[in-house]
Design a binder for this molecule. Structure first.
Ligand code: KIV
Ligand code: ZN
Length: 512
């Protein structure tokens, strides 16, 4: 049996993941995710890009102050200003602070974006690593677009930055272009052709444009990469990044042919996935590997029969191994505070006393309207009642009349910056009338990009769950709302998105 090697898991949900359209998070939301990543026991949390905005800076600083186990990384371009700003935020993590600096190395990026020669790129990379190493020995360098970089030049860059003090060197597939055999060969080539390669950890960072991010990362690990960069639910720019749950569970499940381990406590995976979806509104598709609603559902009779006789017939990993307890405790109107709190804890929520009380009151109200309360209902209650941005705009009351005989009309009463206001509007349908009334009351100029409505569980008494995507001045936000009345849920989602626009810091555009 060969020796089992430990792979460092570098989570970039809060940095590259946040670059997903609509996934921007405020500081409190980032802290919630960071605490969950700490529970998951990832090795490194990339908390943001401090120079990008004051909000990003503050988020990295707060995560560096609050999180005790994992290392905390902050991204910087290869220049003094970025690096100094990154360390200003990261210094609160002390020895666990990691400066992650990068510059592109492919011909296409050097020619069109950087307008720099090979020599200039190497010089800039080396200078940046030395500057960062003046603050901390924990320096990571990324050769952006490494996969489209000529290999001899890539090897030269890797050798130079290791000599300059980089302890981790990342070989990103920035545009999600490679395939497993090619990526395997790139990592092998570097292992064999960079003289000082053993002085640093080789890292991989894959985007999912061809749906190969996890497969490519696995191939790289097999070729000798020691760190994988990934995100919860695979969120990230364009088609996303390598998904944390998929790479970790693949390594755990196929130890028979891949002698690698990670430090991730996989039993917290499901709750991490749920929390991220709740916060960002980016819900995973039902057939998503590991965390999708159908991932452990054995619908077909023949499969159900097999699983009942012997689980391993159709189950390659257990739901419990990702923290999915399939014996969902169903709560109802007679369930007490104790059962409610216990279930919230099992679902991975750590709420303050005050928030627990708020959620419990909402639960009791819902239980009066709905016979059985499922885990999904509890997720929706927490999302709707607790994980909400500060409310500049608050829905107080509303009523809607609609049907085939009347013109749909909505009357909405809101508290806006402390003042109570009421107005009514007509629309093409009840949601349209409601949104028009809210628009009039708030004076918003945000553009509605997307509206969707679904039922959280089955049955006509199910809660409606709405998602609204708004755009204002090039910035997209997602709002969510849940309520047994879908028109109220829609209004809550719209108002939630408006509150996000008000409270999520605007990023200055920083070009990678
Ligand atoms: O995809 C990429 O190249 C990146 C780097 C900044 C690491 O995200
Ligand atoms: Zn990336």
């Amino acid at each position: 049996m060969s020796e089992v090697k430990n792979i460092t898991i570098f989570d970039t949900t809060l940095r590259d993941g946040e670059q997903s359209p609509g996934a921007s998070m405020n500081i409190e939301e980032k802290l919630r995710i960071a605490h969950h990543l700490e529970k998951l026991n990832v090795d490194v949390i990339e908390a943001g890009f401090p120079i990008a905005s004051d909000g990003d800076f503050e988020a990295v600083k707060r995560v560096a102050q609050a999180i005790k186990g994992p290392q905390i990384a902050g991204l910087s371009r290869a220049n003094n200003m970025d690096i100094d700003r990154a360390w200003e935020a990261l210094k609160y993590a002390g020895e666990r602070g990691r400066i992650h600096t990068f510059i592109a190395t492919s011909d296409i990026h050097m020619k069109y974006k950087l307008k720099m020669s090979e020599e200039q790129v190497i010089e800039t990379a080396v200078k940046a690593v030395k500057r960062a190493a003046g603050y901390t020995p924990n320096v990571e360098f990324s050769a952006e677009d490494a996969v489209r970089t000529r290999l001899p030049f890539l090897a030269k860059v890797v050798e130079a930055v290791i000599d300059a003090g980089a302890k981790t060197v990342n070989i990103p597939d920035t545009v999600g272009y490679t395939i497993p055999s090619e990526y395997f060969n790139i990592i092998r080539y570097l292992k064999e052709n960079v003289a000082n390669v053993d002085k640093a950890v080789l890292s991989v960072h894959c985007h999912n444009d061809l749906g190969l991010a996890v497969a490519n990362s696995l191939a790289a690990v097999q070729a000798g990469a020691q760190q994988v960069e990934c995100t919860i639910n695979g969120i990230g720019e364009r088609a996303g990044n390598c998904s944390l749950e998929e790479i970790v569970m693949a390594l755990r499940t196929r130890q028979d042919i891949m002698p690698f381990s990670t430090n991730v406590v996989t039993e917290h995976i499901y709750a991490a996935s749920k929390l991220l979806s709740t916060i960002t509104g980016l819900v995973v598709q039902p057939n998503k590997a590991i965390v999708g609603a159908n991932a452990f559902a054995h619908e077909a009779g023949i499969h159900q029969h097999g699983v009942l006789m012997e689980k391993s017939t159709y189950e390659i990993m257990t739901p419990e191994s990702i923290g999915l307890n399939q014996n969902k405790l169903v709560l109802g109107k007679h369930s007490g505070r104790h059962a409610f709190i216990k279930r919230l804890e099992e679902l991975g929520y750590e709420l303050s006393k005050e928030d627990t009380e708020k959620a419990f009151v909402r639960f009791k109200t819902l239980a009066d309207q709905k016979k059985e309360i499922f885990d999904e209902d509890l997720d929706a209650i927490v999302a709707d009642e607790i994980i909400r941005v500060p409310e500049v705009f608050k829905l107080l009351q509303m009523s809607v009349s609609s049907g085939s005989f009347t013109a749909p009309t909505a009357t909405v009463e809101m508290e806006i910056k402390g003042e109570v206001k009421k107005d009514a509007e007509m629309g093409d349908g009840p949601v349209d009338a409601t949104f028009k009334a809210i628009k009039k009351l708030t004076g918003t100029t945000a553009r509605l990009l997307h509206f969707s409505v679904g039922a959280i569980t089955g049955g006509t008494d199910a809660q409606g769950e709405c998602t609204v995507r708004l755009e204002l001045e090039g910035r997209e936000v997602l709002g969510q709302g849940a309520h047994p009345d879908i028109i109220v849920a829609s209004a809550r989602a719209y108002i939630n998105a408006l509150n996000k626009i008000e409270t999520t810091p605007l990023r200055t555009s920083v070009h990678l």
